[in-house]
Design a protein. Structure first.
Length: 544
């Protein structure tokens, strides 16, 4: 028998009762409290058969088969709310193509397939929206085609009867247990590893890194750390992977430096045994540099840590705009991001540099740039990296030591200081690194101007009850023409004027993302340029 989970605002089968003046249980608040969301799942890879439904909530029952489902919820004494979901005429939920375009239909056109009842009365003339959609769940070559039904229905002959929500099935779900909720503390960069002063990492070589070393200020009880890792002049094309010490190396990557390349990427890494994380190199030998820039510790109630606030990405600064100039050699430039947040998450892009070099981003109150870099580049390159850092009244500084270069800043989120008021939103849950999506495994490449909608945590087969955004490593590979990728909440109709990742034809480029989601857990990934394969490795998520 399949599992079922219920909670607020996520996926599987969700029922949200929208109530008019004559609410089902007498009061709107009472009905909303009683009619909690319910989530329905079916066994992985199978059609929906009678008796294969389970709800962990009293007063909820379901019946049906792969042609349709009827869910009944008791929302008050004598008040039964019934929603019958059935497929679009002529098709079956179990055989829907995973790439099918969503088709909107009116509820009145589907009157035989939608039934709303209250206290024995039937809604004979439902109006509203009834949308059939599809998504891909399961990850890898064994991905399942999952049908989604979204509905918003009002009953013309009963002003007190309305409903809206969404449903997903043929999706294996499993709880993540009782996770520790982390709050963030940004710190000035502290170098924890530099193999240029010790020994390079050889093929299939690894090194354990103590996060508390070098007086880093990271406490021994940290749940996860935010680090900037740089691969320096590898002898062969390779990839680097960061993961908790003591665990088996996961099939993920954080950095893909080419031979003789020097490139950096941000990573958010769950802490393992002995307060340590492990860095692995796959091919050839390479030097590696790692700086820690912040950490998460468990803090579910007390004030003091930072909570993440996701947003639709916004472009805040672009030196290519009229009236601005590229950063000169040796210049430190101050930028006001227009926020009062305690810390910020910025996607920083360098483009058209005249020399090879690096860029350092640091808080506005700091007089001089620290001995750390955020981006490394060669002449003429366009490359991005995520930056998580403390903001001094929204002011940050950029330092460019060599040549001239254009810089673009996109704000993708902020951190607010927890005041101890009991709000649990925006806390970080670190998970074991896991590959959620890889278009190379029996799926399709992203085409030019395509937006692909994915729910990363559901793709892992693990299901947190609630979350607003996900921390992941996004990699473009087997790239066609030069292009870029943008991640944004699926609730947004069009991509924002921002980017997360830039590449030239034939390059493999990663970048960490803190991607916001729609209320049902989906993020869109927009590709502009040549076709590309997309890889997404999940590191954690933020609570709602």
């Amino acid at each position: 028998m399949s599992k079922a989970k219920f909670s607020r605002g996520a996926v599987a089968a969700s029922l949200l009762v929208g109530l008019g003046a004559t609410a089902l249980s007498g009061t709107t608040a009472g009905a909303q409290s009683t009619a909690s969301d319910a989530y329905l799942t079916a066994p992985a890879g199978s059609a929906l058969g009678a008796g294969e439904y389970a709800f962990a909530q009293a007063g909820v029952s379901a019946s049906g088969n792969d042609a349709g489902i009827t869910v009944i919820m008791s929302v008050g004494s004598g008040d039964d709310f019934t929603l019958q979901l059935a497929p679009k005429t002529g098709s079956s939920f179990g055989t829907t193509n995973a790439t099918e375009t969503a088709t909107a239909e009116t509820a009145s056109a589907q009157a035989a397939q939608l039934t709303l009842t209250r206290q024995g009365r039937t809604c004979t003339t439902p109006t509203g929206e009834f949308t059939l959609d599809s998504a891909i769940f399961g990850g890898g070559g064994g991905a399942l085609s999952a049908m989604a039904v979204r509905f918003k229905v009002d009953c013309a002959n009963d002003s007190g009867l309305s409903a809206e929500g969404f449903a997903y099935w043929q999706q294996p779900l499993g709880p993540l247990g009782s996770p520790q909720l982390g709050e963030f503390t940004p710190i000035a960069p502290v170098r924890l590893l530099d193999t240029r002063t010790t020994t390079a990492l050889g093929p299939a070589g690894s090194v354990d890194i103590d996060i508390t070393a070098n007086s880093s200020g990271v406490p021994a009880n940290a749940l996860a750390v935010v680090v900037n890792v740089t691969g320096v002049a590898p002898s062969a094309d390779t990839f680097l992977t960061l993961y908790p010490k003591g665990q088996s190396r996961p099939v993920v990557s954080n950095l893909n430096p080419r031979k003789d390349d020097t490139v950096a990427n941000l990573a958010t890494v769950k802490v393992g045994a002995d307060n340590a994380i492990t860095l692995y190199n796959d091919q050839g030998s390479t030097h590696a540099v790692l700086d820690v820039v912040g950490y998460y510790v468990a803090d579910n109630t007390a004030a003091g840590g930072d909570r993440f606030v996701a947003q639709n990405p916004q472009r805040k600064y672009d030196t290519r705009l009229p009236g601005l100039t590229p950063l000169a050699e040796g210049e430190t430039r101050q930028i006001d991001l227009g926020t009062t947040a305690d810390a910020v998450v910025l996607n920083v892009t360098v483009t058209a540099p005249t020399k090879g070099g690096y860029l350092t981003v640091f808080p506005g109150a700091t007089a001089t740039a620290p001995t750390a870099s955020n981006l490394n580049f060669v002449a003429g390159q366009t490359i991005a990296n995520l930056v998580v850092m403390k903001a001094d009244n929204g002011v940050v500084k950029l330092y460019n030591p060599a040549g001239t270069t254009h810089v673009v800043l996109d704000l993708v989120g902020t951190y607010v200081l927890d005041n101890g008021g009991g709000d649990t939103s925006g806390r970080y849950v670190a998970v074991d690194p896991v590959r959620a999506y890889d278009s190379r495994e029996g799926l399709t490449r992203l085409a030019n101007n395509e937006s692909r909608k994915l729910s990363l945590l559901h793709l892992t087969g693990k299901y947190p009850f609630e979350y607003t955004s996900v921390a992941a490593n996004m990699t473009a590979t087997n790239t066609g023409a030069a292009g870029f990728l943008t991640a944004f909440p699926a609730s947004e109709l069009i991509p924002p004027f921002t980017s997360n990742l830039n590449w030239l034809a034939g390059e493999t480029r990663p970048n960490q993302i803190y991607a916001g989601t729609s209320s049902d857990g989906f993020t869109k990934f927009y590709n502009e340029g040549g076709t590309t394969d997309l890889i997404l490795d999940v590191a954690g998520y933020f609570t709602i």
